[in-house]
Structure formats: structure tokens, C-alpha cells
Design a binder for this molecule. Structure first.
Ligand SMILES: CC(C)(COP(=O)(O)OP(=O)(O)OC[C@H]1O[C@@H](n2cnc3c(N)ncnc32)[C@H](O)[C@@H]1OP(=O)(O)O)[C@@H](O)C(=O)NCCC(=O)NCCS
Length: 172
């Protein structure tokens, strides 16, 4: 398995991995979020890929993505960016058949290394996670992130449909 920084040519592979992991992760009966709601977010493939392409080609110095590969196959992905005054961990996705093999941890290390080596020293890295995504919450807690009480929010997945979220932060 190899990890390298992203190029514009990774847009399609990132789309594929994002769609797969979202379909595995976000449907939740209790919150009325169904596979079809998630699938709809990816229905206009061309539009989503061009959106991915826009941030892959961003020249923002706080912004970076990585892909993990098994041979030619993209099996994981991570990205970090700045949102106002906060450095964000935007995403870490590992295909289900490659999970629990240390890949998520390696991708997270790349993000932390990248943000930590910059001159304008940062104090923390933030993320937003679905409150029912226990797998990810456990993964982030193991890495030292803490849940921020009172930071609950919503991520829109369709008309009147929301994934409930909470923020986590890691002091570095
Ligand atoms: C969360 C995710 C990125 C973790 O990636 P991973 O490659 O499986 O994680 P690692 O193998 O590096 O795990 C590191 C440690 O995190 C913890 N961990 C990982 N998955 C866990 C799980 N399902 N349950 C409990 N702890 C877990 C463990 O302590 C693990 O160490 P161990 O394997 O020695 O027990 C992966 O499950 C994933 O891609 N999920 C779907 C997409 C997603 O929800 N992304 C986060 C969006 S905010």
C-alpha cells in the first residue's frame, strides 16, 4: 500500500470511494436517512466530479489531499483544508475491505505532518462527524480527538433530511 498526494487525475477514483463509503456509513433508520438519499447526492456524477476537481486543483497552501493505493486501485483518501480560522480534517475514507489494517491511521499521520510543518503554527485540528458514526468516533478518539459538547450541527442530505453531526478536535 502506498500513500501519495492527490492530482487532478484522482477525481474519478475519489468520487468512487466517497460514494461507496458514504453508502456504507450514512444510511440510518433512526434519523430517516436512507441509501436512496445518499445515492441522490452522487447521482449527478459529472457535477460531483467537477466539484472534486475544483478543490484538487486549488492552490490554497492550507489545502492538501492524499490517496492510498493498492497497486492501481485507490483504497483510501484523506484531505485537509482551512475554514475561516480553523484547520479542518475534511475527510478520511478507507474502503471497507481495507479497514482495521492501520490505513486510516497512516492517512491521519499525513494530514498532521502536513499541517504541523507549516510556519504559522496551528494549535488544533477540527472535524465534523455524524453522531451515529461510532466507527469513526472511536477511530478519532483513539487518535486523541475529543468530542466538543454543544457543537452539534446538521448536514443536509436532501429536502428536509439531515445527518446530525458533532465536532471533534485534536490539540497539537
Ligand atoms: C474511520 C476509518 C477512516 C478508520 O480507518 P481504518 O483504516 O479502519 O482505521 P485503522 O485501522 O487505522 O485504525 C486505527 C485504530 O482506530 C480504532 N478503530 C478503527 N476502526 C474502529 C472501529 N470500527 N471500532 C472501534 N475502533 C476502531 C482502533 O483503535 C484502531 O486500532 P486497532 O485496529 O489496533 O484496534 C474507516 O473506518 C472508514 O473509512 N470509515 C468509513 C468512512 C468514514 O466514516 N470516515 C470518517 C468520516 S468523518
Amino acid at each position: 500500500m502506498k500513500i501519495r498526494t492527490t492530482t487532478l487525475a484522482d477525481a474519478q477514483a475519489i468520487f468512487n470511494i466517497q460514494k461507496k463509503t458514504w453508502l456504507n456509513t450514512y444510511p440510518n433508520e433512526k434519523y430517516g436517512v436512507y441509501a436512496k438519499d445518499i445515492a441522490e447526492k452522487f447521482a449527478d456524477e459529472e457535477r460531483v466530479i467537477s466539484k472534486i476537481g475544483r478543490w484538487l486543483s486549488s492552490d490554497n497552501q492550507d489545502h492538501q489531499g492524499w490517496v492510498a493505493k493498492d497497486g492501481d486501485k485507490v483504497i483510501g483518501f484523506a484531505r485537509t483544508y482551512r475554514k475561516e480560522d480553523k484547520i479542518m480534517l475534511g475527510a478520511i475514507y478507507v474502503l471497507s475491505e481495507y479497514q482495521r489494517q492501520g490505513l486510516g491511521k497512516k492517512l491521519l499521520e499525513k494530514v498532521l505532518e502536513f499541517q504541523d510543518r507549516k510556519k504559522d503554527k496551528i494549535e488544533a485540528i477540527w472535524l465534523e462527524v455524524a453522531i451515529y458514526n461510532n466507527k469513526a468516533i472511536n477511530f478519532y478518539k483513539k487518535a486523541g480527538f475529543e468530542l466538543i459538547k454543544g457543537s452539534e450541527g446538521k448536514f443536509k442530505v436532501g429536502e428536509g433530511k439531515f445527518i446530525p453531526t458533532i465536532k471533534m478536535k485534536l490539540i497539537i
